[in-house]
Design a protein around this ligand. Structure first.
Ligand code: SF4
Length: 403
């Protein structure tokens, strides 16, 4: 395969659903210390929830949904004054606390305190349209790899913490994705996951009218809108095609479909195995199925973030699990081409492409089926990417094709 074409039926459909999901999304604050171009949350000072409220949100998750980890997001959760208490509470509930941050407020001291409180992993959102200042001002995605490396090395120094990076992909930054995927490979020992999220906004030339119930709403009143015409149709398969221009063998194994389009790749997951010098191969759908099923059987939840102690088990994965997956067999063959490789540290790494809401011609909104980033609002589960609609209109906005 050398383009972005995929048949969803050849891939493993991640078994995540509304009531049983790898991830749930907690927002203790809407306050942030950056201003990302693609952000979908109103940056509000004094928006910290009380600890009791945050715990109530966790209660709602635990009542309605089986989760493996809780992504603590926002706003930036490191600005939340009770972050250590919340991380400790999540851990006490038997869930994995993952901090989703831009990293700006992270110090070594805070990192060590978070580790003591029980943090399981970090997802650092870093890209070139966040309004970063100082030495990172106007740096492109490739130059920002230095900043990514700084955080990955901090986590590695403390040890035992899962390290992921998120980047929003815009029309003019899509070209950098292959280089970022290559950078992740060079640091496969300390970077466990890279996530690329296609940019979405409401723009002036969309062929829809917007309604809250029966009331028409102006498109430019919606928080996530741009006044300019921009490309809001980057698909996961476009990102895949771009990556395959440089790495033709890059092969996804699993996906999450859309609520309207069963063959859309809302979440597209690739798992690879290798050393810092060489990728031996891409694991197939059966490997992902095995991982999810075994984890659910023994732990009662679907796996999301893997621990560093698991991701460094590339060698034993190849040697023990090859009978179960074709991708593993191909990777094992490459691995054994040089017997000395048996002594090299071999790692697993996840590369994910996410395609948020997209629209059909009829105006239907195609969301991620069994949304992993679902959050709590007014004691109900809602899509976190569209919370501003609930806050402002008390309902979801509908899109109706213009006459
Ligand atoms: S529906 Fe929205 S919040 Fe849910 S996973 Fe997709 S992009 Fe994230």
């Amino acid at each position: 395969m050398n383009n972005g074409k995929l048949n969803h039926l050849d891939l493993y459909r991640l078994p995540w659903s509304l009531s049983d999901n790898a991830i749930s999304w907690l927002e203790p604050t809407a306050m942030c210390n950056l201003s990302c171009d693609g952000c979908y949350r109103e940056n509000e000072k004094d928006s910290h929830l009380s600890v009791e409220e945050v715990k109530r949100h966790l209660d709602v998750f635990q009542k309605l949904r089986n989760s493996d980890c809780i992504s603590i997001a926002g706003g930036d959760p490191l600005l939340y004054p009770y972050i250590l208490e919340i991380v400790a509470d999540i851990k006490k509930r038997g869930l994995k606390p993952i901090v989703n941050t831009n990293g700006k407020a992270l110090t070594m001291e805070l990192l060590k305190d978070l580790k003591k409180a029980g943090v399981y992993g970090f997802t650092f959102h870093i890209d070139s349209k966040q309004g970063r200042g100082g030495e990172w001002k106007d740096k492109n995605e490739i130059e920002l790899n230095q900043l990514r490396l700084k955080y990955a090395e901090m986590l590695a120094e403390v040890g035992g913490i899962s390290c992921s990076f998120n980047s929003t992909v815009y029309e003019d930054t899509l070209k950098y994705v292959p280089e970022m995927v290559d950078w992740a490979h060079k640091h496969i020992d300390i970077v466990h996951t890279m996530v690329f999220i296609a940019f979405r906004h409401v723009i002036p030339n969309m062929p829809f009218d917007w309604y809250a119930g029966a009331e028409k709403v102006n498109w430019d009143e919606i928080k996530y809108h741009s006044d300019m015409k921009r490309d809001i149709e980057i698909m996961s398969t476009d990102v895949l095609a771009k990556v395959r221009e440089r790495f033709p063998e890059f092969t996804p194994a699993a996906y999450l479909n859309g609520t309207v389009k069963p063959d859309s790749f809302k979440w597209l997951l690739t798992e690879r195995v290798g050393t810092k010098d060489k990728i031996y191969g891409y694991l197939g759908p059966k490997f992902l199925e095995l991982m999810m099923t075994v984890h659910h059987y023994f732990k009662g939840t679907y796996l999301s973030y893997a621990s560093p102690s698991l991701t460094k088990k590339g060698r034993s994965t190849l040697l023990l699990l090859w009978p179960f997956d074709k991708g593993l067999r191909v990777a094992l063959k490459n691995f054994l081409k040089n017997p000395l490789r048996i002594f090299k540290k071999t790692h697993l790494q996840t590369i994910m492409f996410i395609q948020p809401v997209d629209f059909t011609e009829k105006g239907e909104q195609n969301m991620c089926d069994g949304c992993p980033d679902i959050t709590v609002y007014n004691n109900e589960l809602i899509w976190s990417c569209r919370m501003e609609e609930q806050k402002k209109y008390d309902t979801w906005l509908r899109t109706v094709p213009k006459n």
